[in-house]
Design a protein around this ligand. Sequence first.
Ligand code: KG4
Ligand code: ZN
Length: 388
Amino acid sequence: MRILSIETSCDETAVAILEGTGGGKDGGAASFKILGNAVHSQIATHREFGGVYPAVAKREHAKNATPMLASALEQAGMRVAAETPIPDGFDTLLEREYELSRELREFLSKNTIPDIDAVAVTYGPGLEPALWVGINFAKALALVWKKPLVPVNHMEGHMLVSLAKKDGTTLTLPDEKLPLLGLLVSGGHTELVVMKDWLSYEVLGETRDDAVGEAFDKVARMLGLPYPGGPEISKLAEEARKDPAPSPFKLPKPMIATEDCDFSFSGLKTAVLYLLRDRELTEPEKAKLAETFEDTVADVLYTKTKRAIEESGAKSLLVGGGVSANTHLSRVFHERLAEDYPDVTLYVSERSLSGDNAIMIGIAGYFRALRSEFKTDFVADGTLALVA
Ligand code: KG4
Ligand code: ZN
């Protein structure tokens, strides 16, 4: 089955084309050939503002959606010139997406209908104005190409793609042992989710304030580092770790001892703020502070994950989302899990697939399509949850 997938929930405009084989209604081993994969990151635009603003994100998605589609089709060898009729209804559908409409109409009318079986698109969670661009885009493709549509939960995408092993352009997913626990850590989310039955979820805990990626970004900003701050903090901290001297700093570990699987990161951020307000740090001291911040975050995340393993009886654990690219976090999870739960299989998302992309939406879309979960009428849901 070939799936064309679209992701526009935050600051990446992405289109992918996957050919999936294997798996079934209840999961099982599957593999995916990446036929095309195009991602446009809005980081450079958002960097000027120090964060993501929905109106700016929406405009950027509208501008980049058609070029990303063209690129993915090109890579897949599916971009073939041909007159294609544009049905009535196209303009009404894209009425509110005038920035997208003209260019897309032009492109679709001059290219042939690609050999795909379905179109998958993220419908939540995320920034609603941004999600709508992707949804209307997907609906337009489905209309012109007469293909079924699969709405996808962005977090399910992060979960499933984190299981994948990548070899060149092939992704393989194992026949997973359930219950599978997922720690999803990104700029918008920090949650512990358990999949007890295939594609059926229970959220065990989540952040009560900031997401962990947000904490990385804010602390980075306080240290004078550019957005997004996660990779910058990571670089600085890895540098500091080469100096074995213990860090002179100590930061609070909010909620680490509470008897639940929830998180809180705003107090940690504030602690860094006060520390920096009270004294001027030298460059090596800043690096040590970055190290302490990472140690603190990794300890809190692992401690809560451990609690969630106990609570869920998880047989496997995955760590996914943008922050899972953090070297120290991955190291802590590998070391401590091997010691505490040698029988629990650990998956850490492939680095190239940890941030937002359309491949993850294609994988989730594939498994949803195997269950014939096609829909024509659905709306953006900014706070969409993973449910049973
Ligand atoms: O999943 P993602 O690309 O987008 C969201 O859905 O939010 O995650 C982006 C977040 C940003 O906060 C970024 O700073 C963080 O992931 N991040 C990292 C690293 N790489 C990205 N945080 C810590 N260490 C990293 N190496
Ligand atoms: Zn994400």
